[in-house]
Design a protein around this ligand. Sequence first.
Ligand SMILES: C[S@@+](CC[C@H](N)C(=O)[O-])C[C@H]1O[C@@H](n2cnc3c(N)ncnc32)[C@H](O)[C@@H]1O
Length: 158
Amino acid sequence: MSRLDSMLRRLAAQRDGLNWAASETAAIPGDVVDLGLGNGRTYDHLREILPQRRIWVIDRVLQCHPSCTPPEADFLQGEAEPMLAKLYESGARIAMAHYDFGFGIKEKDVAEAAKLSPLIAKVMQPGGLLVSGQPLTGFEQIKGPDTIAPDRYLFYRA
Ligand SMILES: C[S@@+](CC[C@H](N)C(=O)[O-])C[C@H]1O[C@@H](n2cnc3c(N)ncnc32)[C@H](O)[C@@H]1O
């Protein structure tokens, strides 16, 4: 598969996965967190499909498209570990999380996702859903929408 096709499939999986999880968590109270602002694409999508939710964003840098800049109060700028601790201390609890941290080096990305999983678990509402580009640990892995090939994007219940 060409890298173009691969990227298109990944972006479609992200969109379908976020839409699916947004609808599956409609009855669960709480906020949303986008782990990895990057260009702001998934943050922009989340705020479009979930206008009623508070959407927190964590990233070590603010380098998104200007139109996708989160409100200052919702953007936790810094390393994931202290920022997840800050989110927990704020009292916010998360109905839906999107994990999109990564360096692009598979072993490092998998190790980081495993290291951060317990901190993410602390902020989740019971029954909340996680949509992830990397394998997370300590959650129940569930099947996502039928449009997404297994293992292209991952889904978990807290
Ligand atoms: C793949 S990009 C996110 C893409 C974004 N979701 C989008 O749709 O545009 C990953 C982002 O995660 C951030 N990141 C990776 N590891 C991190 C960490 N440990 N702490 C904070 N930010 C991190 C990087 O700075 C980068 O902006």
